[in-house]
Design a protein around this ligand. Structure first.
Ligand SMILES: [Fe+2]
Length: 386
């Protein structure tokens, strides 16, 4: 059995690391760069600051700021056209998971034939793309260090998952200062996404010692810092802790896997446009309760790390306490339940349950879960989470 561990060759972590962008680009000898971001990042400042640093250094910068939340194949193709029209040689992505995911797909489409959908799944991208420097502005997806991208196929209305070492950014600049202005609601949702990465990477059937170490550290950091980051947005230690957790969670799940929570979460995002972190948060307690019996000691250890149970508790007691603790975390972070998010669309939700279950299974993620459900069980879990 050989365990793979693949992360970007360079990861710079710490306040101010975003300002290393020029020095890192210079290593690749490129002069023309496409900056991939979204309108919010341009308006709020981080993307403009990075564009300014690049321009001051004499680089030519084209800006693709049309990436939407849950990026689509169209966002990617527009970016690719722009990249080619401007004669760019490298990419810089600034934002949450969406611009970084879009930039990864643009990068590999500069060197691999269209269409993108032929690369959905595992290890299907033949060639490495152009250099990509990823600069995250949320502490959540960990996309800056992963070989995974999620792009919505607008014709089929599904989120495609592409996993390939060729999707890895060349450089990640992990700078918590960019998260100090994140609104509380976003902090909460992306923070629970990070926790889900840590937990799923640790309980996955694909977990191995390299991913365990990072997953457990990620879980512990979230337990220590998420509530503080939510309540006190300017708390540097909490923000730095969550940024590190997101980075470690990304490294862990991309080399182990995500499981049933992410598998069930993507159809909710694709069909109801719920943000990724939120759709994970509404499922995490329910899916954890279902999965406990198949990885009891691992879930018990997670519970101990999060400090949610008596150190003398049995595995069974600790694992049960984890479900309660995850529900309490959602409450403390004022995250809504699924019915609060989709209340007006309840009939459509009920009608689409079989498709959602099939799409979840087709993604491959539920099969990595310690307890593997069939489609009827997945429908039942969606209903329990309602
Ligand atoms: Fe996620």
């Amino acid at each position: 059995m050989i365990d793979a561990f693949q992360i970007p060759a360079t990861v710079l972590i710490g306040g101010g690391s975003r300002r290393e962008v020029v020095a890192q680009l210079n290593r690749f000898g490129v002069r023309r760069v496409l900056l991939v971001t979204d309108r919010g990042m341009m308006q709020l400042g981080p993307a403009g600051e990075i564009a300014g640093l690049l321009t001051e250094a004499g680089l030519t910068v084209a800006i693709h700021d049309d990436v939407q939340p849950d990026p689509t194949d169209r966002n990617v193709l527009e970016g690719l056209e722009r990249f080619r029209a401007e004669g760019c040689e490298a990419l810089v992505a600034v934002g949450g998971g969406s611009p970084i995911d879009a930039a990864k797909a643009i990068s590999v489409l500069t060197t691999n034939a269209l269409p993108l959908c032929q690369y959905a799944g595992y290890h299907k991208i033949p060639r490495v793309g152009v250099p990509l420097i990823a600069i995250p502005t949320t502490a959540g997806t960990g996309s800056e260090v992963t070989k995974v991208t999620i792009i919505k196929d607008t014709e089929r209305d599904v989120k495609m998952m592409l996993l390939s070492v060729n999707l890895l950014p060349s450089v990640a600049l992990v700078d918590y200062e960019l998260t100090l202005t994140m609104p509380a609601r976003l902090t909460a949702a992306v923070g629970v996404d990070t926790l889900t990465h840590g937990i799923e990477a640790y309980v996955s059937r694909k977990a191995h010692p390299m991913t365990d170490a990072l997953a457990l550290s990620c879980i512990q950091l979230v337990g220590r810092h998420l509530r503080t980051a939510y309540r006190e947005p300017n708390h540097p230690e909490a923000r730095a802790g969550m940024m590190l957790a997101a980075c470690q969670g990304g490294m862990a799940f991309a080399n182990s896997s995500v499981c049933l929570v992410h598998g069930m979460s993507r159809p909710i995002g694709a069909l109801f446009h719920l943000p990724h972190g939120l759709s994970n948060a509404v499922l995490l307690p329910t899916v954890t309760r279902y999965s406990l019996p198949s990885a009891l000691s691992r879930y018990a250890y997670v519970s101990q790390l999060l400090g949610g149970c008596d150190p003398e508790a049995t595995d069974s007691q600790a694992a049960d306490a984890l479900v309660v603790g995850l529900e309490q975390l959602n409450t403390d972070l004022q995250l809504p339940r699924l019915r609060d998010c989709l209340g007006l669309e309840e009939t459509r939700f009920r009608t689409l349950l079989p498709k959602m279950a099939e799409d979840a299974l087709a993604s491959g993620s539920p099969q990595n879960n310690p307890r593997v459900p069939d489609s009827e069980e997945i429908v039942d879990l969606y209903q329990q989470a309602w």
